[in-house]
Design a binder for this molecule. Structure first.
Ligand code: PLP
Length: 397
């Protein structure tokens, strides 16, 4: 049947599992904040390829680095040393706060969380995890157990480790949950993205740091979305003066090439020995060339400061549009609350040539543009947004 399908969307639907409800867009090319579909239609991408395109699509420095690396040594595992892996790890720990001096490389966000949860259990000798309502940490079984929501868990409940859930932003509930002496880890997205881009008070983060210290619980910040400068600081914890014991990263770290990492504090790192954790592809040369080039450009081009500027310009412009109730977030991780359902608005924006994300909150769109977005791109976003919302109520196109 499949050889008669020439439409790429029909073909993809016919031969892949229907795990994503995709809009009818098949992309073939990207450059900066723009992507183009098979018919040549251009889109302004404020979804950043799923919060990945930190430096825009096909950033020349990263593309050049991976081209060069691909011609030298495409891959070799952690069974050997690698200068590009050493350089990428050094670049990463230089940007991390003092104390988070070691890196474990992997390939995705869920794998990073999986590794972090294992490290916490091994270090403490305890088994339980405390996580937050509406948090998202990935879909492999360990990370899935810490991801909140029946729709994610239902078929797997029998094999998932039990998690204690607490409301985000409420340190009193954390204190109660950590009274259980078998808690190995407290894991959170410091800014809950899928939940609609929400933050807690700075005092909350400091309080949970103290509670973890008092109870010997490992504090894990899942910075898969917030990390690598996206919120205007290298890590979210930098904004609130909190250094977790473990930080997980992915998405932006390779600017489009799959790279995951766990930043590990010195006390935990000191207990790890050969054989405790592993992955064939983590730390592969292509991924390391991408991570090194991404981290270098982030600092060379002052992009963390740019992320903060972009937030101000975007929130100022969108905040003036009738129908926008609130603009939340920091840097280039932005929630836009509307006075109506967000999903049809995302569809109408797409038809107007702008790609944005939705969220777990029915009224909230998510914007995760590249840190290299120009002022002109922002002005264009705001013009098209105003035109779409100005058309009044709409159905999901
Ligand atoms: N953690 C957070 C905060 C995420 O947003 C995601 C993915 O969206 C993950 C973990 C899982 O990352 P991945 O899809 O790379 O496994």
């Amino acid at each position: 049947m499949t050889e008669t399908l020439t439409d790429p969307m029909a073909l993809e639907d016919a031969v892949t599992l229907p795990t994503y409800a995709k809009p009818p867009v098949a992309l073939v090319r990207g450059d900066g904040t723009r992507v183009w579909d098979v018919d040549g239609a251009e889109y302004l991408d404020f979804y950043g390829g799923h919060c990945v395109a930190l430096l825009g699509h096909c950033p020349p420095r990263v593309v050049e680095a991976i081209r060069r690396q691909a011609g030298e040594l495409l891959f070799y595992s952690n069974a050997v040393y690698s200068p590009v892996r050493a350089d990428a790890a050094q670049a990463l720990v230089e940007l991390a706060p003092d104390g988070l001096g070691r890196v474990f490389w992997c390939n995705s966000g869920t794998e990073a969380n999986e590794a972090a949860l294992k490290l916490a259990r091994a270090f403490t000798g305890r088994s339980r995890v405390v996580a937050f309502g509406d948090g998202f940490h990935g879909r492999t079984l360990g990370a899935l157990a810490a991801t909140h929501g029946d729709s994610y868990h239902a078929p797997y409940r029998a094999v998932l480790p039990e998690t204690a859930w607490v409301p985000f932003g409420w340190e009193g509930a954390v204190e109660q949950a950590l009274a259980d002496e078998d808690v190995a880890a407290l894991i959170l997205e410091p800014m809950q993205s899928m939940a609609g881009v929400t933050e807690a008070r700075p005092a909350f983060y400091r309080a949970i740091r103290e509670l973890c210290d008092q109870t010997g619980t490992v504090l894990i910040f899942d910075e898969v979305q917030t990390g690598v400068g996206r919120t205007g600081a290298f890590l979210y914890g930098d904004h609130v003066g909190v250094t977790p014991d473990l930080v997980t990263l992915a998405k932006s770290l390779g600017a489009g090439v799959p790279v995951g990492a766990v930043l590990v504090n010195d006390a935990i790192a000191a207990t790890v020995k050969p054989g405790d954790q592993g992955t064939t592809f983590g730390g592969g040369m292509l991924a390391m060339a991408a991570a090194k080039a991404t981290l270098r450009q982030l600092t060379d081009d002052g992009l963390m400061a740019r992320a903060a500027e972009l937030f101000d310009r975007i929130s100022d412009g969108l905040g003036r549009i009738e129908g926008v109730v609130e603009v939340r977030g920091r840097g280039c991780l932005i929630g836009v609350a509307l006075d109506r359902e967000a999903r049809p608005v995302a569809g109408a924006l797409r038809q107007a040539g702008v790609i944005v994300g939705t969220s777990g909150r029915a009224d909230t769109l998510r914007l995760m543009p590249p840190l290299t977005t120009t002022d002109e791109d922002v002005d264009e976003l705001i013009r098209r947004f105003a035109a779409v919302l100005g058309r009044g109520p709409m159905r999901d196109p």
